[in-house]
Design a protein around this ligand. Sequence first.
Ligand code: AMP
Ligand code: MN
Ligand code: MN
Ligand code: MN
Length: 295
Amino acid sequence: MPIGYNGPMPGIYDLHAHSTASDGTLSPRELVRHAARAGLEALALTDHDTTAGLAEAADEAFAAGLGFVPGVEISVSWNAHVVHVLGLGIDPGCRLLQDGLLELRRFRDWRAREMGRRLEGAGIAGAFEGAMALSSGHLVGRSHFARFLVNNGHAADGRKVFRRFLTRGKPGYVPGQWASLENALSWIRAAGGQAVLAHPARYPFSRTKLRRLLTAFVAAGGEGLEVVSTSHSRDDNFTMARHARDFGLLASSGSDYHGPDNPWRELGRFPALPEGCTPIWRDWVLPAFSDAINA
Ligand code: AMP
Ligand code: MN
Ligand code: MN
Ligand code: MN
């Protein structure tokens, strides 16, 4: 179990954020400093398919007196769609988890080369090398290609570049097989973590299809739903709170922060959980970092 906070006031729990270990633009240390300045109670670092940033972030969280939750965001294929599952409170030393994540990163390396080839075919040279140069070397993703393409004038901004080049059916899109839902959840549970379905309102699913996913998620051992996300509208947050209640899922909240260049998505800048939700952090006992510092 993670890391909780023992203080008297319920604060902001931002349980979804990225660093340069995946496709964020702040280093783990810079991210934690930013979270401490923002006055968060607790931050989870949840990089895509890697735990490479956790040690540095935990070290800085200790120094800053910030509650820290080691996490990961796992790419999952479900019913021909990609969905994201957060593992919160994971032990990064878990072999099963690391073997699984390594396989996903190997697929990412292959996919990046293939994306480069396809973009080359569409008349854009050097995208693979450009994306690699923008990644820290732990993981390469579509966001690194997006930044390369924007920097080189192929699109005006992050949204447009995804729409033109990087989504299904577009020149730089490479479909692929990520983890199965069952495998991703078994890795998270083996690592002692809690599985949370990320940004559930962002998937292009009907209500029926989302409820099918939630049924499978619960059957595979899923415990939480990211009820509040900056990817959601206010209405989405309330709809997801009802789904969480119906499926007996704990509620999580997160910004999905990727860095200061997306000013509309800021650490801790989201509404409180709707009434009636059971926060996933309710039973957490985090080391009281600031007590350790003051002792
Ligand atoms: P990947 O896991 O490498 O396929 O990339 C997924 C990441 O790309 C997400 O975590 C986002 O950071 C980013 N992303 C996906 N779709 C969009 C979009 N439409 N606009 C901006 N960023 C996006
Ligand atoms: Mn991302
Ligand atoms: Mn995601
Ligand atoms: Mn994310």
